[in-house]
Design a protein around this ligand. Structure first.
Ligand SMILES: Nc1nc2c([nH]c(=O)n2[C@H]2C[C@H](O)[C@@H](COP(=O)(O)OP(=O)(O)OP(=O)(O)O)O2)c(=O)[nH]1
Length: 327
């Protein structure tokens, strides 16, 4: 039997997330978790979330979006935990069940030996992934105009970039990565290079973005700090998961100039596939900043944008996405 559980990740306006320590007397007492608990008979996941967060924290959830779900076998039970990002709530979180509460910064590793419930470990890494993943097209725009677009996007909050210059040599890409680093020095931008892991390593990037064709060829996770993967189907999402990548990009969701012949998935298919995968999934294909809200509502990590990067602006990100401690 699988035990359905919901858990809420409260995100505050400063980018922090809340963890609670399971109190004495509960199974796995002392372990830290996201506030939540078992879904009761007849409840929807969202009803269960609202009830659990009211019981445990004394807050009313005003805005929550589904995120990932993970199945995990504990000695006491097989659970499937549906995680929600809680973006707005009423009241101040309190320890209503004598649990310890603490806010953490997603950019900082948890302390050595920190006892987090094991099903939750991949989520901590996913929490440091931003809502927008930019893709370059310097081969079309030219290097200098592309650098200007990246610079501008960084000013408006871009923190993750894929250098997708498929016809360039390793030397050219390495040079471009270096120029991006110089130009975006004030911001903590992570740069992934599209291609094979060896190429990414040679360019000094922070990671590799694997094209779909490599997913069935590779035997294990490339040895780089960050690994993303392009997926277009359930099979590719499963292959990406098998390799242990950090996140997937799934698309095209809408018609796109980059792949005019590709059949778009549409939002319903995107949502169904994303729901089955335990990975953080970005929506890709014909999207602009305006689609970000919709993507987040569908449980996506965010959106991946190429042409949309030029017109993407932070003011288009709905404010609750950054989290709010509401009244
Ligand atoms: N609440 C919560 N449970 C989690 C998380 N991750 C995870 O693997 N779990 C597991 C641990 C437990 O086996 C199960 C939740 O059961 P629970 O005992 O906390 O449920 P509950 O709050 O309804 O507790 P109770 O009233 O039945 O004692 O889900 C998480 O982040 N939050």
């Amino acid at each position: 039997m699988i035990l359905p559980v919901v858990a809420g990740i409260l995100l505050n306006g400063r980018g922090g997330y809340l963890l609670a320590q399971r109190p004495p007397g509960k199974i796995m007492a002392g372990f830290w978790e996201f506030p939540g608990g078992k879904v009761e008979a007849g409840e929807t996941l969202r009803q269960a979330l609202d009830r659990e967060l009211e019981e445990e924290l004394g807050i009313r959830v005003n805005c929550a979006t589904p995120w990932m779900s993970r199945q995990f076998d504990y000695p006491h039970a097989r659970v499937v935990v549906s995680f929600f990002r809680v973006l707005a709530w009423s009241g101040t979180p309190q320890a209503c069940e004598f649990q310890k509460l603490s806010w953490f910064d997603p950019e900082e590793a948890l302390p050595e030996g920190f006892a987090l419930l094991p099903a939750n470990l991949p989520l901590i890494r996913a929490l440091s992934l931003p809502p927008v993943y930019g893709l370059t097209r310097a081969h079309e725009l030219g290097e200098e105009p592309m650098l200007a677009v990246i610079d501008d996007a960084c000013r408006r909050g871009l923190r993750l970039l894929q250098v997708r210059e498929k016809f360039w040599s390793a030397v050219q890409i390495a040079c471009f990565v270096q120029k991006i680093r110089q130009r975006t020095q004030p911001w903590p931008l992570r740069i992934l290079v599209n291609g094979d892991p060896e190429l990414a390593q040679r360019t000094g990037a922070d990671g590799v973005h694997l094209p779909a064709r490599l997913l069935e060829i590779l035997k294990g996770r490339p040895d780089l700090p960050w690994v993303g993967a392009s997926c277009h189907s359930r099979t590719e999402l499963e292959q990406a998961q098998g390799l242990g990548v950090d996140f997937a990009v799934l698309g095209p969701v809408c018609p796109t100039q980059t792949h005019p012949a590709a059949h778009p998935l549409g939002w319903p298919e995107f949502t169904a596939l994303r729901h089955e995968s335990p990975l953080p999934v970005y929506a890709l294909g014909g999207l602009t900043g305006l689609a970000l809200n919709q993507a987040i509502q569908q449980g996506a990590q965010g959106i991946a944008v190429m042409r949309g990067l030029e017109d993407w602006a932070e003011e288009k990100i709905p404010s609750h996405l950054c989290g709010q401690e509401s009244v």
